[in-house]
Ligand binder design. Sequence first.
Ligand code: SAH
Length: 214
Amino acid sequence: MDDYKRLRDMMVDYQLIPRGIKDERVLAAMRKVPRHLFVPDFIRHSAYDDMALPIGDDQTISQPYMVAVMTELLELRGDEKVLEIGTGSGYQAAVLAELAREVYTVERISTLADGARRRLTELGYENVYVIVSDGTKGLEDKAPFDRIIVTAAAPKIPEPLINQLKDGGIIVAPVGERFSQILIKGKKEKGILIEEYHTPCVFVPLVGEYGWKG
Ligand code: SAH
């Protein structure tokens, strides 16, 4: 077994399962996706550590546990059309691509989007589409979505995202102050978002028309 596979299994066994991640499909996806190929070379050895890591342009790839929690909250069964806001490295998108039918992922910084697209193509993901745009406006021409995940934090969930979520659909997003947020899971029922509050978290800012201003 290669060393990275061993580290990946340890990540699942010591960081995810003991903290309560139960969805077997999520655990299997996280045992499979090569996270070390989504971080810069100079920190590759830290790819499976219990922390967020820098990916350039002042952005970060989320801690493995946070990726697992958010993915589990989405309750993916395999046939969903998913929208991700904040492509970053493309790692979360790869995990989603393992678990859903198709993934549209939006990134505002084109160099990050280019890197993510290249990695995802090299790894053979054919059901992920990387788009450069202000994700706070959603992705009108591909809406509606079964699931939406926001991997950058805003003062509130951008209204266009709620509009572009199907009835019965789920959105997961960190919401709050600039340097501390709470993870929200919202389920849209009869046009209204019913919210649950989950774990405290710290994400980079969601910058755009319906997020933080530059
Ligand atoms: N999901 C990523 C980590 C995301 S970090 C991963 O798995 O690596 C948050 C990302 O959100 C950053 O890349 C940042 O540039 C992006 N972002 C911030 N505001 C955005 C916006 N309005 N639209 C799209 N992406 C945005």
